[in-house]
Design a protein. Structure first.
Length: 387
């Protein structure tokens, strides 16, 4: 394979993986209390993790609160080569990986509240054996985008609250494959706006918009025995829109429904600049997609809460541009969780979820056609304290 093709393969795999973001999003950015309800919480109030999901729902908070914790993901992808007897099947390493989160709520005035969210809504770690059939493309990848999001929430009237905030995004990526290492990073900015409407006691409606974030990722490409070269690519993380409703008409039971729209049409093509070859272009033509989230929480006495949820997640990847390194397909996910409040000021939350994706075909950008099937286990734990 020529040096130019090595550069093209390495960079396109890295930056396309980084752009996936929500396409491979595992819903680990939120607390265990949110994950246990499948993230269907934008219409809810009185949840510290609303600092991320819907900061406006925290307007009017009368006490500071903090929540810290981590999610743990075990991702398994099986590759089946199909009819080619010369290409062996392979399994991706399914080691557990940690994704921490932090949320803080600070009352500023009677109707004004400040919030801070720190989490990683975009990212994925994958690791294959060095000798697997696709080792020329990738043996190890570590992609993440950490969002630091301060917001101000204002209780505009009894039934309406609004908020606005800033997203500070730190994106880092590393990819290793046979004969090369690619690394890149960038810090960029975006904005967020949310609203919460409570027209009746038992009904809450939530709205959250996250803007696009344009990344100018720059880094290096190291080819074993050849040298190290600069490389860069511009891409945009998509805008997202959440619309949700929560209902507490039934005794001790709160139900939630969220619809999440993601603007993956921003990822129509990729242009990669490097000094070894001319600018490389790939056509992707991803689609805007919808995710449907259902959640429930049942109060079992004053101290315990039981939670459950379900997600259906549409894939943005069209059949004609699906590649072996990006076999995105529609996914489903079920969640279970619980919460325990003790000492009046402290809470412990835990959640588990199982995600499975439809089997996806790839026609081999690197000459590796086959079938890919992915399953994921998620665990989350959060500790909350109200001052």
């Amino acid at each position: 394979m020529s040096n130019g093709k090595w550069v093209g393969l390495a960079l396109s795999t890295l930056w396309t993986g980084a752009a996936l973001g929500a396409g491979f999003q595992l819903y680990t950015e939120g607390s265990a209390e949110a994950l246990g309800q499948a993230g269907a919480v934008s219409g809810r109030t009185n949840m510290t993790s609303q600092a991320w999901y819907n900061p406006s729902a925290l307007a009017g908070a009368d006490r500071p609160a903090i929540m810290v914790g981590s999610s743990f993901a075990s991702i398994r992808t099986d590759y089946k080569s199909g009819l080619d007897p010369l290409v062996p099947d392979a399994e991706m390493s399914d080691e557990w990986r940690a994704i921490p989160h932090l949320y803080y709520v600070q009352p500023l005035a009677e109707n004004l509240t400040g919030t801070l969210s720190v989490n990683a809504p975009y990212g994925l770690i994958t690791e294959w054996d060095d000798g697997w059939a696709g080792a020329a493309a990738a043996t190890y990848s570590d992609l993440e985008a950490v969002y630091i999001t301060p917001s101000i929430a204002w209780q505009a009237m009894d039934m309406l609250a609004v908020s606005a905030g800033l997203n500070v995004v730190n994106a880092e990526a590393q990819l290793e494959g046979t004969g090369r290492v690619v690394e890149g990073d960038d810090i960029s900015y975006g904005g967020t706006f949310s609203a919460h409407l409570q027209p009746w006691k038992d009904w809450g409606f939530g709205f959250r918009y996250q803007s696009r974030v344009k990344l100018d990722i720059s880094g290096r490409l190291e080819l074993t025995g050849i040298g190290t070269f600069p490389a860069s690519a511009d891409l945009e993380l998509p805008a997202t829109l959440n619309i949700g409703v929560a209902n507490s008409s039934f005794e001790n039971l709160t139900l939630g429904l969220d619809l999440v729209w993601t603007e993956w049409s921003t990822y129509d093509q990729l242009i990669i600049e490097n000094p070894v070859t001319d600018a490389l272009r790939s056509t992707n033509n991803w689609n805007d997609v919808i995710s449907i989230r259902l959640g429930a929480e049942y109060a079992l006495g004053e101290s315990w809460k039981l939670r459950a949820g379900y997600i259906w997640d549409e894939s943005p990847v069209p059949d004609e541009t699906r590649g072996p390194m990006l076999p995105g397909s529609d996914r489903q996910m079920v969640t279970l969780g619980c919460g325990w409040q003790f000492r009046e000021t402290m809470t412990i939350d835990a959640a588990y979820s199982y995600l499975w994706a439809e089997e996806a075909s790839a026609e081999g950008e690197i000459g590796l056609p086959g079938e890919y099937e992915t399953t994921t286990h998620l665990l989350a734990f959060s500790l909350g304290y109200t001052f």
